[in-house]
Ligand binder design. Structure first.
Ligand code: ADP
Length: 319
C-alpha cells in the first residue's frame, strides 16, 4: 500500500490529535504517503483531502479537539454518498483509510471496506462505549475533567450543606458516571445499565442525614434522564436543599491526559501497521494493556458492559 488517509468522525474526543499524529508519522516512517481527510465523511464526499507531512502534525499532541475537524453526514449513510466518497479516494490514489471515531464512524468505515477501500477503525470517543477495547481515546481525559468538577462542587456542597446532583455525559454507557462517581466519592451513581429506584435513593439520603451527613453528591449519566428532574424529585420528597450542575460540553474539551496521549499514539501507529499488513474492516483496541484488533462485525455484535465489580465496589464504599 503506497497511500493511506486518516480522518476523525462523529463526536470529537481529546487525544484524537495524538492519534492523527501517530498515523501520519508512522506512515511516513514506513515510506507511505499519508493524506488527511478533513471534516469527517462530509469532507470525504466533497474531496476535502490534503497530503500531510511530518510537520503537518507538529505541535498538536497536547491539544484537545481534532485538527482534521469532524462532522456528522447524513449523505454518507446513502449508497450514492458512499460511492462519491470512494470516487474521491480513488482520485487521490488512496487505498486505505484509518477512521478515528465512535460506533457510527465504524459503521461508515465498514461501508467503505465493502466498496473495496481498506479500513481500520481507531476508538475515539469519551464515552468508553466501544466493545473490543478496555479504553477509548478521550475517556480518561473526560473522566479527569469530571472528577475535577466534582471536587470543586464538593467544596460548595460541604460549605452550604446541600445535596448536589451532577449530570455527566453517557447516553448509553455509564462508564464516565461510574468511574467519576467512584473517584469523586459520590454517594449515589445512576447509570443507564442499572435500573434505579427513587425510593432507595431517598432512603439512602435520609440514612445519611440521620447520622449527621451534611451533604451528598449524586452522579447522573444523561442516559437515565435529566439531572434537573432527579433533583426536583428529591426536593419534593425530602427536606434537603438540592442543586444541579449539568457539566455538558466541558467534558469533551481540554488537553489530553498522559494516558490518552499514550493510548492514542499506540492505537494510531498500530492501525497503520495493520493497513500495511493488508488488514481491512477491523477496529483496534487495547485489552489488558496489549494491542488487539477485531473485525467490525464482532465489535458491533458485542454488547457494551460496565465493570460490575467497580459498580459493586462504588455501592459498598458509599454506604
Ligand atoms: P460516532 O462515530 O461518534 O458514534 P455518529 O454516530 O454520529 O458518531 O457517526 C458519525 C458518522 O458516521 C455519521 O454522521 C455518518 O456519516 C456515519 N455513519 C454512521 N452510521 C452509519 C451507517 N450505518 N452507514 C454509513 N455511515 C454511517
Amino acid at each position: 500500500m503506497k497511500r493511506i488517509a486518516v480522518m476523525t468522525s462523529g463526536g470529537d474526543a481529546p487525544g484524537m490529535n495524538a492519534a492523527v499524529r501517530a498515523v501520519v508519522r508512522k506512515a511516513i516512517y514506513h515510506n507511505c504517503g499519508v493524506f488527511g481527510i478533513y471534516r469527517g465523511y462530509t469532507g470525504l464526499i466533497e474531496g476535502d483531502i490534503k497530503e500531510l507531512q511530518l510537520g503537518s502534525v507538529g505541535d498538536i499532541i497536547h491539544r484537545g479537539g481534532t485538527m482534521l475537524h469532524s462532522s456528522r453526514s447524513e449523505e454518507f449513510k446513502t449508497v450514492e454518498g458512499q460511492l462519491k466518497a470512494v470516487e474521491q479516494l480513488k482520485k487521490h490514489g488512496i487505498e486505505g483509510v484509518i477512521v478515528v471515531g465512535g460506533d457510527g464512524s465504524y459503521r461508515g468505515a465498514q461501508k467503505l471496506s465493502e466498496h473495496g477501500i481498506a479500513t481500520v477503525g481507531v476508538p475515539g470517543t469519551i464515552d468508553n462505549d466501544i466493545p473490543g477495547t478496555d479504553y477509548t481515546i478521550g475517556f480518561d481525559t473526560a473522566l479527569n475533567t469530571i472528577i475535577d468538577s466534582i471536587d470543586k462542587i464538593r467544596d460548595t456542597a460541604s460549605s452550604h450543606e446541600r445535596t448536589y446532583v451532577i449530570e455527566v455525559m453517557g447516553r448509553h454507557a455509564g462508564d464516565l458516571a461510574l468511574l467519576s462517581g467512584l473517584a469523586g466519592g459520590a454517594e449515589t451513581i445512576l447509570i443507564p445499565e442499572v435500573e434505579h429506584n427513587m425510593d432507595d435513593i431517598i432512603e439512602r439520603l435520609e440514612r445519611g442525614a440521620k447520622r449527621g451527613k451534611k451533604h451528598s453528591i449524586i452522579i447522573v449519566a444523561e442516559g437515565i434522564g435529566s439531572g434537573v428532574d432527579i433533583a426536583k424529585d428529591i426536593e419534593r420528597r425530602i427536606d434537603l436543599e438540592t442543586r444541579v450542575t449539568v457539566l455538558g460540553h466541558i467534558q469533551r474539551g481540554g488537553s489530553p491526559t498522559g494516558f490518552d496521549r499514550v493510548l492514542a499514539s499506540r492505537l494510531g501507529a498500530y492501525a497503520v501497521d495493520l493497513l500495511l499488513a493488508d488488514k481491512s474492516g477491523v477496529a483496534v483496541g487495547i485489552e489488558k494493556h496489549k494491542l488487539v484488533h477485531y473485525p467490525f462485525d464482532e465489535v458491533f455484535s458485542k454488547p457494551h458492559q460496565i465493570d460490575q465489580q467497580i459498580y459493586d465496589l462504588s455501592a459498598q464504599l458509599s454506604i
